[in-house]
Design a protein around this ligand. Structure first.
Ligand code: 6R9
Length: 774
């Protein structure tokens, strides 16, 4: 007997209510499904209006004829991902008798009708109708093709762009993801000659969009005048900087470090490098001098592009001082950089007040505007490197993730278009900084490749008050808003009033990235920010993946708050157990990916071996993401967080080893062990166990100075929330720290410590517990 487990209403803003049934097995025509389950009285009432629902027939035609309801989507059983159940979504036509009924529902009941039972949230039929992928059927068809014929599928996507020469038609891609069969390699569109800057700017201008706004820039201060650049103007600015770089000897393949806050000059610098084939390495402006120095030493840039200072909320940050310190440190370590191009950001700091080294430093405004606005592009191979971006791993040394041109271009463009259902009339705002991968793929490249209008915001999202985001949304009529769960949680805590005082009528799609979004934050984002009418794209992906991997396609299927739902085209996620065995259907385990996708990273800069061991050795044959994952009975994917030694604080990836090495660099720290624990707003926070050197007592001053050591070694965002004194650390007899025990002590789950008998000294645990509140 098939059982119907969910009946779902539509968003209350709409005049329709659609109903759906999720069936565990196909419904047979001759039997009635088991009683409908609904906790919501308005829907029970709705059901009474629809007695036909009790006789759902899987045939679309039959449903249409008998009940005047349309079957809008049904999964197929063609792929293992969807084999756990079949979904049937039934939507009433506009002439439905229930339509008038929904008008009369009290607001509360309407809201409840939007999201009920089994946590499914249905898309608005009007939204679905206009979406690139209007239903699950269309998705399944495209997905199937992307897996069965990847070369053809991605060649079609790639053909939307300009290539001077087409890629090798015989071999659109080549890959080896199996370490047991030799060295790992991934290539897409090899032999294709293109340029991503040309495709972002010149191509859009040639197609008649030169006067369209490319970037709207909003400063930290609401009173600060904002500015905008059209695609024509952006191309001029990019070309001037590209010419300046060329004049200063920057050539194809050279690295350039960009250490800038969210000024227009940041995407301009990235595009200028791309235009001349230079490899940019953006370093987030929140990183410390030591971190910047480490990256300079690793990639040996031709120059550093920065600004003198910037404002973040009430604070002024003297960025140039940090660069000075990093450059002097790197030259002492043998890497000398002779040019520091500095943008004078005079709203934060006057030129005269900036420390200057005449032989090395050059003001951007003194040289770049004098350069020509015409700059020929450097045509590069699809597999030539586009950028390096350092990211945290399980050791103290960050990894330089390398992305190449062609595959990254096609993949970021396609994911942006489909996962946000992008249309040319959209105004798009992503709150991420270009210092992280999200800013690369979804502030700069993905949107610009689609010819989008992008808002770039300099400041903090809750400055001067928690309503700032919605003020910006109303000001620019933002239609797609993409942010991180940590911001959602922090704004949620500040109360609805900051949201509801703004219209937000322009919004049509919301997005989330960086960490799992907890269902309560999801619901607040959906109900309060999006007025229960904007689908949320909860996009799971990584610096390494270049673009979205598991993501809802808005309008195509019902969402479950907290689930990233289904894989993007061309992505074959697999969940494996500890032995690397692929699991089918409903399961939990380690998230891996089988076969390559165009946006995948190709290597780690200067360390291909580390690339192979970190990502491809744990489970031979697969790319291992480092994340845990669950697949539910309906085939939806739920990311459950990192399973390695990486902590995710406010969506920032921080390696425990990095924080530990920053702590032990303090002269009074003998040993440190860092774990991540749950935090209401940040998702996770850093909790450090520290053993001071012999003879040094525990004191508040020492705690402060240990935290400072992390701030200066890594950056303020990595500062430990708590320092816990440790006379000793719980180690196994082989000397390995048992982090599991530390995690339980840190989160005060003392009854879940588990077996501690294998510790070299089990007494350590009691000592640590005794020091919990000191
Ligand atoms: C894009 C980005 C990657 C790690 C990743 C995972 C976590 C990102 C997520 C998510 C659950 C999502 N993560 N998006 N977890 N749901 N929608 O954040 O890249 O900085 O490299 O971090 O972030 O743990 O492995 P990156």
């Amino acid at each position: 007997m098939p059982s119907i487990t969910a009946i779902i209403g539509r968003p209350p803003s709409s005049t329709l209510i659609s109903l759906a049934a999720v069936c565990h097995s196909p419904i047979s025509t001759d039997r009635r499904p088991s009683p409908l389950v609904s906790t919501d009285s308005s829907l029970v009432a709705a059901m009474e209006l629809l007695p036909e629902m009790a006789m759902i027939n899987p045939s679309a035609a039959a449903i249409s004829r008998r009940t005047h309801y349309h079957l809008v989507a049904a999964t197929t059983r063609t792929n293992s991902i969807f084999n756990s159940s079949s979904l049937f979504f039934i939507r009433p036509p506009t002439t439905d008798p229930f339509r008038s009924q929904s008008h009369h529902l009290p607001p509360k009941a309407k809201a409840a009708a939007a999201v009920i039972s089994d946590n499914l949230v249905f898309p608005d039929p009007d939204f679905s109708q206009q979406a690139h992928v209007p239903n699950f059927h269309k998705y399944a068809e495209m997905y199937k093709r992307s897996i069965e014929e990847p070369a053809e599928f991605w060649s079609e996507m790639a053909s939307e762009f300009h290539w001077n020469n087409k890629w090798d038609q015989e071999q659109v891609y080549s890959e080896n993801l199996d370490i047991t069969k030799g060295s790992i390699h991934i290539q897409w569109f090899k032999g294709g000659i293109t340029n991503i800057c040309y495709n972002c700017l010149d191509r859009n201008i040639e197609s008649g969009n030169g006067e369209k706004i490319a970037l709207h820039w909003e400063g930290n201060e609401p009173s600060h005048h904002s500015s905008s650049l059209t695609y024509n103007q952006l191309l001029d600015r990019v070309s001037q900087l590209a010419n300046y770089l060329k004049q200063n000897g920057v050539k194809k393949g050279d690295s350039v470090i960009i250490y800038l806050p969210m000024l227009m000059e940041l995407p301009i610098s990235m595009l200028a490098c791309a235009r001349i084939g230079a490899v940019h390495s953006v370093v987030f402006a929140g990183f410390s001098a030591e971190s910047l120095e480490q990256r300079i030493i690793d990639c040996k840039p031709k120059l550093v592009i920065t600004c003198n200072a910037f404002k973040r909320g009430h604070k002024v940050i003297n960025l140039k001082d940090i660069v000075d310190s990093a450059l002097s440190g790197s030259s002492q370590n043998g890497t000398y950089v002779g040019l520091c191009l500095t943008y004078a950001n005079e709203s934060a700091l006057k030129r005269e007040a900036t420390k200057w080294q005449t032989e090395r430093d050059v003001w951007w405004q003194d040289v770049v505007p004098n350069c020509s606005t015409k700059c020929d592009v450097e045509w590069v191979d699809g597999e030539d490197p586009l950028f390096l971006l350092y990211t945290s791993g399980s050791t103290g040394k960050p990894k330089g993730v390398v992305h190449t041109t062609g595959g990254y271009m096609v993949y970021t463009a396609a994911t942006f278009k489909y996962a946000f259902d992008y249309k040319p009339s959209d105004v798009y705002w992503c709150t991420a900084d270009c210092g992280w991968i999200t800013g690369h793929s979804y502030v700069a490249y993905g949107p610009l490749l689609n010819g989008a209008t992008v808002v770039v915001y300099e400041g903090v999202p809750n400055y001067p008050d928690p309503g700032r985001c919605w003020d910006i949304v109303d000001k620019y009529k933002v239609t797609i808003f993409y942010t991180a769960p940590t911001l959602v949680r922090s704004l949620m805590r500040d109360g609805d009033e900051y949201v509801t005082r703004y219209s937000r009528q322009s919004l049509r799609v919301l997005g989330s990235v960086g960490e799992p979004i907890n269902p309560s934050a999801w619901r607040w984002f959906f109900d309060v920010v999006g007025n229960s009418r904007c689908p949320i794209s909860d996009t799971w992906w990584q610096t390494e993946t270049g673009g979205f991997m598991i993501t809802p396609l808005p309008g195509a299927w019902p969402q479950k708050p907290g689930s990233a739902t289904f894989p993007f085209f061309g992505v074959q996620p697999v969940i494996v157990d500890e032995k690397g065995k692929e699991m089918e259907g409903e399961c939990s385990g380690y998230l891996c990916v089988k076969t390559s996708w165009p946006g995948a990273f190709r290597t780690l800069f200067g360390d291909h071996e580390r690339y192979e061991t970190t990502y491809f050795s744990a489970f031979p044959g697969y790319y291992f993401s480092g994340d845990g994952c669950r697949r539910d009975k309906d085939g939806y994917y739920w990311l459950t967080g990192r399973v390695d030694d990486v902590i995710n604080v406010s969506g920032h990836r921080i390696g425990t080893a990095e924080v530990e090495s920053a702590l032990v660099s303090h002269p009074k720290c003998a040993e440190a062990a860092v774990v991540g624990i749950e935090h209401e707003v940040k998702g996770q926070c850093i909790y450090a166990f520290v053993t001071p050197v012999e003879g040094v007592g525990y004191s508040e001053e020492l705690k402060k100075s240990l935290v400072l050591s992390v701030r200066t070694n890594i950056g303020a965002f990595a500062a430990p929330e708590k320092i816990h004194w440790a006379p000793g650390l719980p180690k196994t007899r082989s000397g390995k720290i048992m982090r599991r025990v530390l995690r339980k002590i840190a989160s005060r789950q003392l009854d879940e410590l588990g077996d501690t008998s294998t510790l070299a000294d089990p007494n350590v645990v009691d000592q640590l517990i005794a020091l919990s509140d000191s």
